[in-house]
Design a protein around this ligand. Structure first.
Ligand SMILES: [Zn+2]
Length: 449
């Protein structure tokens, strides 16, 4: 393919990416997009006039997404029964019925469109006979697959990657994860999550885990910058829209999370990723933010893909990898114990999604556990627990954040409390301790989905 064709193909991909990019919503602000903002699925034209190369196959990919290697799913042939496959799709991984345009299922196999539903390109996934399932290949291990551990070191041998959400530091304003009230130190989510990660790492290590921080400073992992993404952003922005803002989002959200996924999947290969975030409610202007009296907590597991997301070939493929590796059962089991631990140490009520939202679904009737399709929990190739406790702009949590980190307790709003950072780290560590101690002593897990 000539350079010119490659450049054109890239440009068209970028344009496609633009439409679907709007589907990537910040985890903190779940919304239902109006129809006009939903990603359009467009067809890539064949080679430009005058070219004699074979036309590129049609591609429907998310922003900066890689074309899926469908043949890699051959490793999962005969590893799941039809019943389990359909049940996972129906109850966890989808929120609508539009996915059925891309899947045709019979007793022997699922036939899945690898591109546009009318492209004719299909991947055939053979089902296992009901009593002949073979294990799905994956690099991570469930709690049950780990050998027994001494009671005081229930995480022994477990490889954990901690992903402190956002970049923070000088990027926090661009990320829109920054606000300041008067002369008080600003609140930067990326710095708060890193503070928790640094407290959590030694706690988990003392329980026996091998722990790596996906980032340990306020620098991006991606070498891309808004400046290098301007051409992509220009193509991705509606007429009259803010191209610079689009380039910034492609940088700090899409490119950055893709770079972290590369590091997690190729280098760290952990058994579990912990994505640390602090939630917030809409605060308006960053230099004159509105405060709220509400605080809450919820944990996100991968699932809840919308019809629009599953119209994209890369998201369909990545969802299948999660489904076939059975990450959900592990995320739900670990998540339930971590959620219970958050409740017992913070007393925070659950966050409830708008019942009209089509991008989240409650898991196992547990109001603290929600399935959502986020770039991080989709791309990290192992179970991911994505945490959203506290509300940074609630009056009480803001006062606790302003108090900083400290040992023991201090009086805040009339109550003696530990530092919010230690409370957060302790809740995660205790939840994992409870879960792995229970399973590695042989108590049964929650029923699988
Ligand atoms: Zn966040």
């Amino acid at each position: 393919m000539s350079l010119c064709t490659k450049a054109l193909a890239f440009l068209v991909l970028v344009i496609l990416a633009a439409g679907s990019w709007l589907a990537l919503r910040q985890p903190e602000k779940p919304v239902v997009l109006p129809a006009t903002e939903r990603p359009a699925v467009t067809t890539i034209p064949a080679s430009p006039p005058g070219e004699t190369t074979t036309p590129e196959p049609e591609r429907h990919l998310g922003p900066l997404g890689d074309a899926p290697d469908w043949a890699a799913l051959d490793a999962y042939q005969g590893t799941i029964s039809r019943k389990d496959f359909e049940q996972l799709l129906d109850t966890i991984f989808t929120t609508g019925s539009g996915w059925r345009s891309y899947f045709s299922i019979n007793d022997q196999e699922a036939v899945i469109a690898t591109d546009a539903s009318d492209s004719g390109l299909r991947f055939h996934l053979r089902f296992a006979a009901p009593d002949h399932t073979s294990p799905a290949p994956r690099h991570w291990r469930t709690a049950r697959e780990l050998p027994p551990a001494p009671p005081e070191r229930p995480l022994e041998g477990l490889r954990i990657a901690i992903d402190p959400g956002h970049i923070g530091g000088e990027w926090a304003k661009m990320e829109e994860r920054w606000f300041a009230i008067g002369e008080a130190p600003p609140v930067c989510e990326g710095d708060l999550t890193l503070a928790v990660a640094r407290l959590l790492k030694p706690e988990l290590e003392s329980l026996g885990a091998t722990v790596t921080l996906v980032r340990n400073d306020s620098k991006p992992l991606t070498p891309l910058r808004p400046e290098t993404l301007m051409a992509a952003a220009e193509a991705a922005t509606d007429p009259g829209g803010d191209v610079r803002k689009t380039a910034e989002r492609l940088f700090y959200r899409t490119a950055e999370i893709r770079a972290r996924a590369e590091y997690v999947n190729r280098t760290l290969k952990p058994d579990l990723v912990l994505c640390l975030h602090f939630n917030a409610e809409a605060w308006g202007h960053a230099s004159n933010p509105s405060l709220t009296d509400h605080s809450h907590c919820h944990l996100l597991l991968n699932g809840g893909y919308t019809d629009e997301e599953l119209a994209l070939a890369d998201q369909r493929y990545e969802m299948l990898r999660k489904l076939l590796q059975r990450t959900h059962a592990e995320e739900a089991a670990v998540g339930a114990d971590v959620a219970a631990s958050f409740y017992s140490s913070t007393g925070l009520p659950p966050y409830t999604y708008n019942p009209l939202s089509r991008n989240a679904r409650m898991v196992d009737g547990n109001p603290y556990l929600w399935a959502r399709n986020l770039l991080a929990n989709r791309l990290y190739d192992c179970p991911v627990i994505f945490m959203e406790p506290y509300v940074m702009n609630s009056r009480h949590d803001y006062n606790r954040i302003q108090a900083g980190d400290y040992e023991g307790t201090r009086e805040i709003d009339g109550k003696l409390l530990p530092s919010i950072f230690r409370e957060y780290a302790g809740a995660v560590a205790n939840g994992l301790k409870t879960h792995y101690a229970k399973v590695r002593q042989g108590e049964p897990l929650l029923p699988e989905h």
